[in-house]
Structure formats: C-alpha cells, structure tokens
Design a protein around this ligand. Structure first.
Ligand code: GAR
Length: 230
C-alpha cells in the first residue's frame, strides 16, 4: 500500500511544495493524504488545493487548551486511518506529550539550525551573533522535548562573511527543500524508523547527529532538484 503522509503547516508551505514536487518527479513514492493547518490563511493550503490534496484547518484559537487543540488535530488526522508519517513542515505550535505519544515514531519535524544548537526561534540571527562559521537544518523524530528528538539528518551550509539573517534563511531553506523529500522517501521506502536504540536507517543505528547530508546526494537522487523554484 502506498505510504500515507499527513503534513502539518502554519505558513508559506515551501517545504510542503518540495514534497509535492518530489512526488511529481517520482523521487518520493507516497501520497499526501492531508495538509492540516492551524491557520486558515496559511499559504501552504493553496499549494495543497492546487494539487488536489485534501486540506483541513484546526484553529488553535477555537480551543481552551493545548490538550483540546491537539485532540482535535488527532481526530482529523486519524479520520481515514492513522497516517504512516506525520510531517511537521513549518508548524509553529508546541505539541502536548499526549499528541507526541499518539503519533510516536511517525512524527517528524524540520528545524532551521544544526540541533542541538538553537532550538526555538530566530535561529539564523543567533548563529550569526554567536560567530558560527556553519549553519543548516535538522530533521528529527519528535519527542516531548522542544526541538530535542533523535536526529535523522542534517544539511550544513557555510556562513559567509557578509551574510545577514535573510541570506542565511534563504540558503537554509534551499537545503531544507532537498533534505526533507529525501527523508520522506526513506520513510516511504521503509528504510527509516525510530527504535529504542536510536534512529535506524537501512538497519544501522545512525550517529547522534543523524545522517550528514551533502548537496551531491540530491543530484544523484533527483537530477534537477536544485533548479526548482519555490
Ligand atoms: C522552515 O524553515 C522550517 O525549518 C521552520 O519554518 C520554516 C517553514 O517554511 N520551522 C521551524 O522553525 C519549526 N521550529 P515553509 O512554511 O515555507 O515550509
């Protein structure tokens, strides 16, 4: 059966677009069965609709507590049977332990820093302020700790002399758009899972930093990936 992915967003949805494009290109053999947003004005919802993907809005402001909001999301997500993977792609709400437990081992997040450095917000400015020479993005299984779950993969980019936060954000996002479809493909191909010993890819436990990904990996997996505009 085709691997079923649900994507949770709060905004623009450029990572969602990267997943949609990877499916169209045959790089990712999966169905996005639902795009769920906590904001009705999230740009990513239009991207989903354009591709005939089902969408849902669960607005956190309609609920008295995080628990009630998360429960409502879980009900929507599980309506047609639980998805095989739940992908957080710019989803900007903190999830409750109950939500994380319910989707444990299937819940994946992308974060714009080289975790464990810079969990939380303003990651690009924080990397600049610290005088770092490299930055990047991380994809991890979600646990109760904010931006703290076991790392699956990281893409590293150099910080150049005159970079500002906007420059960095663009280059980090470009790396996200290559890395997230790759990780989703590992899931869809049954190659990636969370075990008690850590993150397992192709039967091997990955090092604590996760798979260290290079741009050439994308060129091999998906020729032309760099050229796509989002
Ligand atoms: C991405 O850069 C993602 O790493 C970040 O939000 C952006 C969403 O962009 N996520 C977080 O900061 C989560 N802590 P998109 O909506 O264009 O995919």
């Amino acid at each position: 059966m085709t691997h079923r992915i649900a994507v949770l967003i709060s905004g623009n949805g450029s990572n969602l677009q990267a997943l949609i494009d990877a499916i169209s290109a045959g790089q990712l053999r999966a169905d996005i069965t639902l795009v769920l947003s906590n904001r009705a004005d999230a740009g990513g919802l239009a991207r989903a609709r354009q591709h005939g993907i089902a969408t849902a809005v669960v607005d956190h402001r309609d609920y008295d507590s995080r628990a009630a909001f998360d429960q409502a999301m879980t009900e929507v997500l599980d309506q047609q049977g639980a998805p095989d993977t739940v992908i957080l792609a710019g989803f900007m709400r903190i999830l409750t332990p109950a939500f994380v437990q319910h989707h444990a081992g299937r819940l994946i997040n992308i974060h714009p820093s080289l975790l464990p450095r810079y969990p939380g917000l303003n990651t690009h400015q924080r990397a600049l302020d610290a005088g770092d020479t490299e930055h990047g993005c991380s994809i991890h299984f979600v646990t109760d700790e904010l931006d703290g779950g076991p790392l699956i993969a990281q893409a590293r980019i150099p910080i150049l002399a005159n970079d500002n936060a906007t420059d960095l954000s663009k280059r980090v996002q470009a790396s996200e758009h290559l890395l997230y479809p790759q990780v989703a493909a590992w899931r869809a191909e049954g190659r990636l899972r969370l075990t008690n010993d850590g993150v397992e890819l192709d039967g091997q436990i990955l090092p604590a930093q996760g798979y260290q990904w290079h741009r050439r990996d994308a060129a091999e997996q998906c020729p032309g990936a760099d050229a796509r505009q989002r």
